[in-house]
Design a protein around this ligand. Sequence first.
Ligand SMILES: [Zn+2]
Length: 447
Amino acid sequence: MNSVTVVGPGTVVVSFEQEPMVVTQGAVAIEKDRIIAIGTFEDLCATYPRAELLDAHGGLILPGLVNLHHHFYSALARGLDPGMPMHDFGEILKGLWWRLDRALDTQTVRLSATLSLADCIRWGCTTVFDHHASPSCLGGSLNLIADVVREAGLSAVLSYEISDRNGHEEAQAGLEENLQFASDHGKSPRLRSLLGLHASFTVSDTTLEQVSKQRPADLGIHVHLAEDQLDAKLSQERYGQTPLDRLDHFGLLDGRALLAHGVDLGRHDVSRIAESGAILIHNPESNSNNAVGRLDLEAALSLGCTVGLGTDGMSSRMLGSLRAAFLGVRAGTGDPTSGFDTVSGLLHANSRRAAQIFDEPLLGRLSEGAPADVIVIDPPAPTQVTPANVLGHLLYGVSENVVRHTIARGRILLKDFRHTTLDVGEIAAQALAASPALWERFRELDT
Ligand SMILES: [Zn+2]
């Protein structure tokens, strides 16, 4: 049996750095969970004559994508009518998300995760950071999701959103869930954890104090920060400090922190985030959907902030999010020369953060010794791909293309557009059968 697989021929783009190396008529050789060589298809076929061939049909061969902020639990919200007008961000949370998460049971948590992970595979994401909430089946929910992650074959960083919004007891249970999961999976090669917090305005000082005391030193937080003006308003009213001051006060603002959104931040706060080494996560589609405004990406980058990219449960399609970020910059600046420089580092920042968390320095690169996370885009690019124009291809072409193959740590999860680990037809049938009861429980809950 062959132990080496050669993926090619295609145009290999070795990373999401600016001006990455490009190999035309290229290929990637994989053995077990590692990349063992990059080169021309001809050379690799000569070097590994007995290798199995995974035909890339001339498509673009890229590193697997990383999503820094997702909510698997939102998967069954599609088509759900909240039955009430939602005029602002607070009403969206109360009318939709905080009812949906309470209505979830173990079956629908599992189904939501499976649906989202299937979409991640379909859109070439091989490492995903999930921010979970299911108050009615809280204990053990992260392990339940971890089981689905293993079945799907991806790498994931899981966290539970600690919140006092349903009372302090539940906040404590959320903290315990995070700590238990971190203790179970602290050094798993494919599963890692962060300490999830919903958002400053729903987490009390008492809870933050507990989080601060009980958090292992190497466990960063994953929190919504300044997604809307509501965060600052209610944090001030309830706790007398801004959201960022609160995180800082409790020692949670550090180089391991993931801060999702950052729409409502001043320059001073952004500078403090830059100094801390925390990463801001831009979620352009979700921000547009909630009409909360837009992260000032240009300012954040100019102030030295590291900025990554997520989808915030809106989709699992990272290249769609990249394109939305790009169009958001152009719409915001009114300058048709803007955008390229601004978004050019987002996917690379995602890879770097995932590399840090998984202790895999080469994660997100197609190079010898790197984890074999590889995707193939179809169809082939219609014009030449060069180091200088990779981003143009991603924004104007690849983001609208489909993924032919998704390989995660050497395992083929999507082969010629078909899932190999998940039965998506069966999952859709189960979801269709389970969602009416979920929606009924949703309707019965008060806002
Ligand atoms: Zn979110």
